[in-house]
Design a protein. Structure first.
Length: 255
């Protein structure tokens, strides 16, 4: 009897180990598919992820090659791209209705801003799409489509940090010159805290909304600084011409 019990326990342990290994092998592909399926339904743009890995034991994970495409009417290859995103997840929550993300670390994102920072541009167009997909302000939230299991999952993100970002400007306000300005660091906390959590669409609206706000503010400042630099350069040139003319006049007087 004792031997049979030992065999049963060993069999259960083996099955658990196999389940963990198989889960670890396929969890990354599940995350990748979820991002590329749910994401475009929210942003109405292409969204690609080169790969994802997530340990069901430690809860640590990595997303690689994240690219948010541009909406129709814009020429650039991307609106936002990130090489690597580090995430932490409470392991037990992965298989529950609410995934508890302990942290998200986004380092060195690149944002390609097309259009007028104070008017129509690619980021505000994407935000319009997100607003429409999530019901907008005060509107009824659309129900997840059948088969979109990722959309039905609720989320909680304790800590989200974006650092070292760059904004590439493409606008007539830069007179056709390529201009890159830094993106201010962004820190968001307690997103979806509480029993109800937050949907993928709501999370996208909060994070992308803050990224858009910071980007447009930094871009406007960068363009203003560029204009001030041009004025200062023109003033410096004028002063130089004035001094040259005065020098010539003084030389003629001596003669």
């Amino acid at each position: 009897m004792k031997k049979i019990l030992i065999r049963v326990v060993l069999a259960v342990v083996v099955l658990l180990v196999v389940a963990v290994v198989v889960g670890a092998m396929f969890l990354g592909s599940i995350v990748k598919k979820g991002v590329e399926t749910v994401g475009p339904s929210i942003t109405k743009t292409d969204l690609k992820l080169d790969g994802a890995s997530l340990s069901v034991l430690s809860g640590s994970g990595t997303l690689k090659g994240f690219v948010l495409g541009n909406p129709e009417g814009y020429k650039g290859d991307f609106a936002i791209k990130v090489g690597v995103v580090d995430v932490g997840v409470k392991p037990g929550s992965v298989f529950s209705d609410k995934i508890h993300v302990t942290h998200v670390r986004i380092n060195g994102p690149e944002i390609a801003l097309e259009g007028n920072p104070a008017g129509n541009n690619n980021l505000t167009k994407i935000m319009d799409n997100v607003q429409a997909a999530t019901g907008g302000s005060g509107g009824d939230k659309p129900q997840p489509k059948t088969g979109e299991k990722g959309a039905a999952k609720k989320l909680q993100v304790d800590d989200l940090v974006i650092t070292g970002g760059k904004i590439h400007l493409s606008t007539i306000l830069t007179a056709g010159k390529p201009v890159t300005v830094p993106l201010p660091d962004i820190h968001l906390t307690n997103l979806g805290e509480g029993p109800d959590g937050i949907t993928a669409g709501e999370l996208t609206k909060k994070v992308l909304g803050e990224v858009t706000r910071s980007t447009l503010s930094a871009a406007a400042k960068g363009i203003a600084d560029l204009g001030k630099g041009a004025v200062d350069a023109a003033k410096g040139a004028a002063d130089g011409v004035g001094k040259a003319v005065k020098g010539v006049g003084d030389l003629l007087k001596k003669k």
